[in-house]
Design a protein around this ligand. Structure first.
Ligand code: FE
Length: 473
C-alpha cells in the first residue's frame, strides 16, 4: 500500500512523489482551485480559522485528526482507500476477472463522463451554500458548514485526480471546466439541475444534506465496487467523509423539529412563527420543494445506460456485495409508465436489468422514509397529530416520465388550475421564505444559539456542543 505523504504540498497516498508529471498537473490544479475557493467558497470567513477534521491516513481507526486550521491555508489533497491485492471484479460480464488499474479503451468515454458529472456536483454544493456562512445559528453549525465545504472541495480533487491521471490533456480541460461552471449561472451552469438551486436558508441546507448528500452516498456506493479500481478506492474514501454531511442534515432537521415541538407545547399553538420557530407546515413545503429535485438526480427508472454500466462492471447496485447474484440480474421490479399519448400511468413489471436506476431510487426512498419515521415518533410522543412526509415521486418533477404533468404531493393527478390554487399549500411561499430569512440571524458567540432550533446533543470530537469557539474570526 502506498504510504500517506503529508509532507508533500499536496497531502496524498497515491504516490505523487514517484509521479512527477501527475504531481505537476495537480500543482497546477491547486493554484486554480484556490482561485475558485477564494471566489466561491464559504462567504465572509476567508481569514478565519476553524476546528476541522483533516484526513491524515486511510485506516478505519485513525484516518483523521481535529485541530484549528486557517481556511486560507487549508490543504485538500488526494486520498484513496487502501488497495486490496488480488482484487477481482464483483459484478457484470467480467465478474471474477482481475480489476482494471488502467482504463480499458472501450470504457473511456463513459467513465470520463461519470467523473465529470460526479465532480461537478462537489463545487456546485459549495457554491449553493456559500452565503449561509453569514447566517449560521451557532459556531457549531458554522463549523459544520465549513467542514462540509472543505470536504466537498476534496471530493472534487478526488475526481480531478482521476481525470488528470487517466485522461491527460483532455482531463486537464475537464478540470478547468469544473472550476468554470457556476451554480445557477445562466450561461455556464452546473451540469445537474438540482445543483443550480441556491440554498438561501438553513432549513433548505439541512434538507439538502439530508436528501442530496444521501443521493451522493448512493451514487458513490454504486461505483465503490467498480472494476475500475482507482474509482472504487477514491469513492470508498469519499464515503468516509460523506457520512458527516448526512449527519448535519439529519440531526439539523431533528433539532429544528424539536424546537418547534417545544414552542408548540409552550404556547399551545400550531403557529410558532410569531415565537421565532419554524412551523411544521413550512418544513413540509420545503421538503416538497427539495425532494423532487433530488429524485431527478437518480435518472429515469428505466435506463439502458445503467444496464450497460452494470454489465461492463463499472456501476453496480448499492451494496452489490449483499446481493446473491451479480451477473444475470435476475428478478423483476415494478416501475410506472405513462400510456402513449400522455394518458394514465400504470405500474408494470420489468426485468431488473432494465430498471437499475429505479432499484437505486427505491432503496434510497426506503432509507429516507425510515429516518423520517424517527421525527414522526418525536411528534407523536409530543401528542402532535402531524407527520412529515416525502412527496410522491410524481410531484413537481422536471425530468422523467412525470415531467410536464401536474400531481398533488400525494401523487394524484390534478389540472394546472388546481395546482396553481394549491401551490401555496404545497410549495414554499414568499411568506415562508421571508420568515426563514428573518429568523436566521447569525449567532457567533460561544455558548449561544439561534432560537429556531435546539442545541446539538454533543459537540465535535468531544468538545462542548455550544460553549466552544469552533470558528475564530
Ligand atoms: Fe457531501
Amino acid at each position: 500500500m502506498t504510504a500517506v505523504d503529508l509532507a508533500c504540498a499536496i497531502p496524498n497516498n497515491v504516490g505523487l512523489a514517484e509521479k512527477p508529471g501527475l504531481r505537476k498537473s495537480l500543482e497546477w490544479f491547486d493554484v486554480e482551485f484556490r482561485k475558485w475557493w477564494f471566489d466561491c467558497g464559504p462567504a465572509g470567513v476567508r481569514d478565519s480559522e476553524a476546528y476541522l477534521r483533516t484526513p491524515v491516513g486511510v485506516d478505519a481507526g485513525g484516518w483523521a485528526q481535529y485541530g484549528f486550521v486557517p481556511l486560507s491555508q487549508y490543504r485538500w489533497g488526494v486520498f484513496q482507500a487502501p488497495a486490496k491485492p488480488g482484487r477481482v471484479a464483483l459484478f457484470g460480464a467480467i465478474a471474477g476477472q482481475p480489476v482494471w488499474h488502467a482504463l480499458p479503451a472501450e470504457h473511456r468515454d463513459y467513465i470520463r463522463k461519470l467523473l465529470i458529472t460526479q465532480g461537478d456536483t462537489e463545487p456546485g454544493s459549495v457554491e449553493q451554500s456559500r452565503h449561509l456562512a453569514l447566517t449560521a445559528p451557532s459556531l457549531y453549525d458554522l463549523r459544520n458548514l465549513l467542514q462540509f465545504s472543505v470536504e466537498e472541495g476534496r471530493h472534487l480533487w478526488a475526481m480531478v485526480h482521476l481525470l488528470l491521471d487517466h485522461f491527460g490533456d483532455a482531463g486537464r480541460g475537464d478540470a478547468e471546466a469544473l472550476l468554470a461552471r457556476r451554480s445557477g449561472s445562466a450561461g455556464n451552469p452546473r451540469i445537474l439541475d438540482a445543483f443550480n438551486n441556491p440554498l438561501q436558508d438553513w432549513l433548505s441546507y439541512f434538507i439538502w444534506c439530508f436528501l442530496a448528500d444521501r443521493d451522493g452516498k448512493y451514487q458513490l456506493l454504486s461505483v465503490s465496487e467498480s472494476a475500475f479500481d482507482p474509482l472504487a478506492r477514491s469513492t470508498q474514501f469519499m464515503l468516509t467523509e460523506e457520512a458527516h454531511h448526512m449527519f448535519i442534515g439529519e440531526d439539523g432537521l431533528r433539532r429544528v423539529i424539536q424546537r418547534t415541538i417545544d414552542l408548540m407545547r409552550e404556547y399551545d399553538t400550531d403557529d410558532v412563527a410569531p415565537y421565532g420557530g419554524i412551523n411544521l407546515a413550512t418544513m413540509q413545503r420545503f421538503l416538497n420543494f427539495w425532494a423532487p429535485r433530488i429524485y431527478d438526480l437518480f435518472g429515469s427508472d428505466e435506463s439502458a445506460r445503467a444496464a450497460d454500466a452494470f454489465f461492463a462492471g463499472i456501476k453496480s447496485r448499492v451494496h452489490e456485495s449483499n446481493y446473491d447474484e451479480h451477473v444475470r440480474l435476475e428478478g423483476m421490479v415494478t416501475v410506472e409508465r405513462c400510456a402513449p399519448g400522455g394518458g394514465e400511468y400504470a405500474a408494470v413489471q420489468v426485468p431488473m436489468q432494465d430498471a437499475l436506476n429505479g432499484v437505486m431510487r427505491q432503496a434510497y426512498l426506503h432509507e429516507v422514509t425510515m429516518l423520517m419515521s424517527r421525527w414522526n415518533k418525536l411528534l407523536a410522543r409530543a401528542g402532535i397529530a402531524v407527520e412529515l412526509r416525502l412527496p410522491s415521486q410524481r410531484f413537481n418533477r422536471r425530468f422523467g416520465v412525470y415531467a410536464d404533468r401536474r400531481f398533488s404531493p400525494e401523487g394524484d393527478p390534478v389540472d394546472e388550475a388546481t395546482f396553481e390554487t394549491r401551490r401555496g399549500e404545497w410549495l414554499p411561499t414568499a411568506a415562508d421564505r421571508a420568515h426563514l430569512r428573518a429568523v436566521q440571524q447569525p449567532v457567533r458567540a460561544p455558548g449561544t444559539l439561534a432560537g429556531w432550533l435546539v442545541p446539538p446533543a454533543r459537540g465535535i470530537n468531544n468538545m462542548p456542543a455550544l460553549d466552544f469557539e469552533y470558528v475564530r474570526f
